[in-house]
Design a protein around this ligand. Structure first.
Ligand SMILES: *[C@@H]1O[C@H](CO)[C@@H](O)[C@H](O)[C@H]1NC(C)=O
Ligand SMILES: *[C@@H]1O[C@H](CO)[C@@H](O)[C@H](O)[C@H]1NC(C)=O
Ligand SMILES: *[C@@H]1O[C@H](CO)[C@@H](O)[C@H](O)[C@H]1NC(C)=O
Ligand SMILES: *[C@@H]1O[C@H](CO)[C@@H](O)[C@H](O)[C@H]1NC(C)=O
Ligand SMILES: *[C@@H]1O[C@H](CO)[C@@H](O)[C@H](O)[C@H]1NC(C)=O
Ligand SMILES: *[C@@H]1O[C@H](CO)[C@@H](O)[C@H](O)[C@H]1NC(C)=O
Ligand SMILES: *[C@@H]1O[C@H](CO)[C@@H](O)[C@H](O)[C@H]1NC(C)=O
Ligand SMILES: *[C@@H]1O[C@H](CO)[C@@H](O)[C@H](O)[C@H]1NC(C)=O
Length: 911
């Protein structure tokens, strides 16, 4: 078995390896758990391409099996079993699998475990295995060299499948290999539909004893154990049998051999005893006639279970394989399947193969999707350093650290308590907390949170305990919270010195005071402005809900004349965008801002001509104000801060923070990009992905950007990227269909083909555009480029030919001179290509993209730390190394330094 020593190191992760290896392993995920970094290889025994596991999990430690079980002492050891990943930390550790076929499909998942005394303890552990929130199996061992294989057929309700190892206090869980295979969703049905998973009990290739058990022509990569009994004989054929007729597709070798009883009148019998008398078994029996029957011969078969007829009589077909199964589960302790010949059959019964499964109920509910999104958003916003993987509440005994749940059998789980005390949180309180609507207890004490205590906390109707001590909040406790606290409905802890709690704040609406204070300042400067603001006394701003940046003046609504003076009479144009021209502005204190004036025409043209132009423009103005106020509440460190607006009923402007390094499109084509390392590119990608993730999953209702492109991604002096121009589609709603039909919003080169064809817009349209952005980051090329012969070419078409031949160096920006981890690069390209799939449903969500990109970053960082370190030092001058943390909005506006974008000349275009 020298075969084991021969293995190929491929560049790609599993999905990319398909490109290299052809269609055979499409959709396979094959993970060699615990293997050294960046190892990807083809197991020559099986022809299967394995990849290392870091991209799928971020906890656990690697170990090799001990000498006596590994090579060279044990040359027949399957390669993936030579090392393991073990989980000494945490009760629950989960692998996150994202099958390329996505949700709504049936998957075979197989986990392999060989202890091999990897920890030197000579103690066989016992632990549990879960798929998503449901119990799968308990893993136990008889000895250190036993290869325990667990296999389950499960239907994916979501795009991600979690495989979790749960520590029951009987030893440290570990895993050797993990595999996922797509199967045909219309097979392996049960009376419960897809409400159960099928856990493999036995899979026998009856009649054949020489097989390896694993056949390359099994499209689902099932492992068939050769099986026979002394009283059985074997028959086989070399003729053609159609295995495709039914979706079960047994391998040729399996179906072309069959068992039959040595003695003509005997049945073929299989029996087993179940440990669990309530277990529900399903058997799938495979038949095909392998002999050419003479005229007077017939083979008719009946199937019995515990003496009762289950199926038949039927004749196996000589042309194709057929699969029979029990429509009602077999239950009880003792089971006995008998394949018999019917009374009018001249030939004995045969059996080509059989699979037996137990049904595992999917009776555990997940946590409500909205709360899962909220928790994921909290995790990513604050980079929470906890083992938060899988579902927050389930399995029940092991919710996420710091999370308490409400379990109600007739409902999804809800999050009841969240303790993020001393967890290093920085920045404002994220909106996502407001989505945990069942929260009773929230402990955010001893972090570095700042800004206002937001109003939305008062919308948490169940909240009974709120601890905000040990943070840097300013301003006032929202009235509603104060009221709850006074009436005893809420135990509220805050630092008194930072927060105004007193009677003087309480008069009237708490938000009035800050406005009056800042207004007084302005009064000294421009009394006229105040009169204007007061006269228009609409509900101006709800500061309580505002946790983002403020202009130093505290002001967010400007008059036209102020805007004119801020921009020095519209002196310096810094960009032109779809909606209008962008000017550089400067506040009294020198803070630089970008002012985007909205074309009159952007407004007028979409509106109905039936109403008079003046009434239509006042309607627009009103919509504009409502939307602008809404956008002012949207804040995230990766969204360009929208800090104010102007609206005098006719002329409108949006005011943004200014960002020094301009937009990504210009940056990528500038000389500065020579120094843009692979790691920095990943940071930029992750930043902007997080911005979009927040729009899609952190905002309620979600905001679809509609014009994601490199020109709308801005870079500050630290090269942190922020998404700009989000929410403009909300400011300018398309209110009549004709407009929708004639003008697909967006920019050529970035428009989602599905949206373009169907006019159905959703978050996945942004994902497409973002895929193009990623390809630009990877290749350093424009979304639409000129070819040598003067034609135009989309970056997707530019990349595809390189991928087909597996040439990653051809894809990646030549300016990097090959200085990147090829694993990271393959994964990055894979993510980008998955975003630009034709069908939106096949594209990943922004949540997924963020977590995948972080894995790319991890892969890059895992590469030769020495040389990376040197590089970083070299580059500090141009772009300081930065930490991942929620930025401090409130103070950052005091020294807003850079950026503003949309310098492109494309606009919303009709095609
Ligand atoms: C396991 O063995 C391989 C090959 O000998 C080695 O490269 C790797 O570092 C070992 N892993 C651990 C965790 O010891
Ligand atoms: C370990 O257990 C397996 C399964 O029972 C058995 O096949 C194998 O022979 C055992 N190996 C040793 C070394 O005892
Ligand atoms: C399976 O679940 C669906 C809903 O998910 C339900 O409508 C159906 O009745 C269930 N079927 C069985 C047999 O439990
Ligand atoms: C299995 O292998 C043995 C020895 O290699 C051979 O004699 C026998 O014919 C084979 N059986 C089948 C069914 O192929
Ligand atoms: C799944 O199996 C059914 C028959 O059961 C077949 O009609 C269908 O084409 C199969 N789908 C795929 C994707 O193979
Ligand atoms: C079983 O197979 C052997 C050889 O393969 C053959 O000699 C014998 O007759 C067979 N038994 C029956 C009942 O067909
Ligand atoms: C469980 O959920 C159901 C449906 O949402 C609800 O009617 C019931 O009151 C809940 N039970 C408990 C104990 O909360
Ligand atoms: C939150 O956890 C900290 C320690 O981790 C503990 O001191 C505190 O009491 C917990 N808060 C609540 C509300 O249980």
């Amino acid at each position: 078995m020298g075969a084991h020593s021969v293995f190929l190191i491929l560049f790609g992760v599993a999905a990319i390896a398909i490109v290299v290896h052809g269609q055979g392993q499409a959709g396979f995920i094959s993970i060699d758990c615990g293997s050294p970094p960046n190892i990807n290889y083809v197991d020559t025994d099986t022809g299967i391409s394995y990849t290392w596991d870091a991209p799928y999990i971020n906890s656990g430690v690697n170990a090799n099996v001990s000498k006596e079980y590994g090579y060279p002492a044990n040359p027949v050891l399957p390669f993936p079993l030579a090392d393991v990943r073990s989980f000494p930390q945490g009760n629950r550790n989960c692998y996150t699998l994202t099958p390329s076929d996505g949700k709504g499909n049936l998957y075979l998942i197989r986990a392999s475990f060989m202890y091999g005394n990897y920890d030197g303890q000579k103690a066989l552990p016992e632990f549990d295995l879960y798929v998503n929130v449901n119990f799968w199996s308990t893993v136990t061992f008889r000895n250190a060299s036993e290869n325990v294989i667990k296999e389950i057929l499960t239907f994916a309700e979501t795009d991600t499948v979690y495989v979790c190892l749960v520590n029951k206090g009987k030893g440290t869980p570990f895993i050797s290999a993990l595999e996922l295979r797509p199967t045909n969703s219309s097979i392996y049905g049960t009376e419960f539909g897809r409400n159960v998973s099928l856990v493999l009990y036995r899979r026998y290739d009856t009649g054949y004893l020489n097989g390896t058990g694993r056949y390359q022509n099994d499209v689902y990569d099932r492992i068939w154990s050769p099986y026979s009994q002394p009283s059985w004989n074997t028959t086989m054929t070399t003729g053609y049998i159609d295995i495709f007729q039914s979706g079960y597709k047994p391998p040729d070798e399996v179906i072309k051999t069959a068992a039959y009883p040595r003695s003509n009148d005997e049945p073929l019998e299989l029996s087993w005893t179940s440990d669990d008398p309530n277990a529900r078994f399903y058997a799938y029996l495979y038949f095909a006639e392998l002999e050419s029957l003479k005229r007077d011969e017939s083979r008719k078969i009946k199937i019995f279970w515990n003496g009762s007829p289950v199926s038949g009589p039927f004749n196996p077909s000589p042309e194709y394989s057929m699969t029979l199964s029990n429509s009602r589960a077999f239950t009880g302790k003792d089971h006995w399947i008998s394949v018999q010949k019917a009374s009018d059959s001249t030939l004995p019964p045969i059996l080509n193969a059989i699979e037996i499964f137990t049904a595992q109920s999917l009776d555990e509910s997940p946590t409500t999707a909205e709360e899962v999104y909220a928790m994921e958003s909290i995790r990513s916003t604050y980079s929470v350093q906890k083992a938060w993987t899988g579902d927050p509440c389930a399995p029940r005994l092991f919710p996420w650290e710091g999370v308490g749940c409400i379990y109600n059998d007739s409902d999804d789980h809800h999050i009841k308590s969240l303790n993020l005390s001393s967890s290093g949180l920085q920045g404002p309180i994220a909106l996502a907390f407001g989505n945990l609507s069942y929260l009773e207890s929230l402990d955010l004490s001893n972090n570095n949170l700042r800004g206002f205590v937001p109003n939305f906390l008062a919308d948490l109707k169940q909240l009974k305990y709120l601890n905000l001590k040990g943070n840097n909040f300013v301003g006032f406790i929202p009235k509603a919270l104060r009221k709850e606290s006074k009436s005893g409905g809420l135990a509220l802890s805050v630092d008194e010195q930072n927060i105004c709690h007193s009677r003087s704040c309480r008069d009237g609406n708490s938000i009035v005071v800050p406005i009056v204070v800042s207004t007084l300042l302005i009064l000294l400067i421009a009394a006229l402005v105040i009169i204007c603001v007061i006269r228009r006394e609409r509900k101006i701003v709800d500061l309580g809900a505002y946790s983002g940046p403020l202009l130093p003046s505290g002001k967010r609504r400007f008059t036209y004349s102020e805007v004119s003076s801020i921009t020095n009479n519209f002196d310096k144009v810094i960009g032109k965008g779809g909606f209008g021209i962008v000017y550089l502005g400067s506040l009294e204190d020198g803070t630089e801002i970008a002012v985007k004036m909205i074309n009159d025409s952007s407004f007028g043209k979409n509106k109905g001509s039936s109403s008079s132009s003046s009434s239509s423009s006042s309607k627009v103005s009103k919509e504009f104000q409502v939307e602008a106020e809404l956008l002012l509440t949207v804040h995230h460190r990766n969204l360009a801060s929208f800090v104010g607006y102007c609206d005098d009923g006719r002329r409108m402007a949006l005011i943004y923070e200014y960002m020094a390094n301009g937009n990504l499109q210009d940056y990528l084509s500038s000389e500065a990009a020579e120094d843009l390392s692979w790691e920095k590119r990943l940071h930029i990608a992750i930043d902007s992905a997080q911005g979009l993730e927040y729009l899609h999953h952190g905002c309620r209702p979600p905001i679809v950007h509609r014009d994601v492109k490199t020109a709308n991604i801005l870079l500050n002096d630290n090269l942190e990227s922020k998404i700009a121009d989000f929410g403009l589609s909300k400011v300018f709603p398309e209110d009549d269909l004709s407009h929708v039909v004639t003008a697909v919003m967006g920019t050529p080169g970035y428009v989602d083909p599905e949206y373009y064809n169907t006019f159905k817009l959703n978050e996945k349209s942004d994902v497409y555009s973002f895929g193009i952005v990623l390809l630009e980051i990877i290749t350093g090329r424009r979304s639409i480029m000129k070819t040598d012969d003067g034609d135009k070419m989309n970056v997707v078409h530019y990349v595809e030919p390189f991928l087909e031949i597996g040439d990653i160096d051809g894809v990646v920006d030549a300016r990097l001179q090959g200085d990147f981890s090829s694993n990271s690069a393959w994964k990055f390209v894979e993510i980008a290509m998955s975003c630009v799939k034709d069908r939106g449903i096949h594209r990943p969500t922004m949540n997924q993209i963020v977590s995948d990109l972080k894995q790319c970053l991890a892969a890059e960082l895992a590469r030769e730390p020495q040389s990376l370190h040197e590089k970083k030092e070299k580059n500090t001058k141009t772009a300081p190394v930065r930490k991942y943390s929620v930025s401090d909005y409130i103070s950052s506006t005091g020294s807003v330094s850079l950026t503003f974008g949309d310098y492109n000349t494309y606009g919303p275009t009709a095609r």
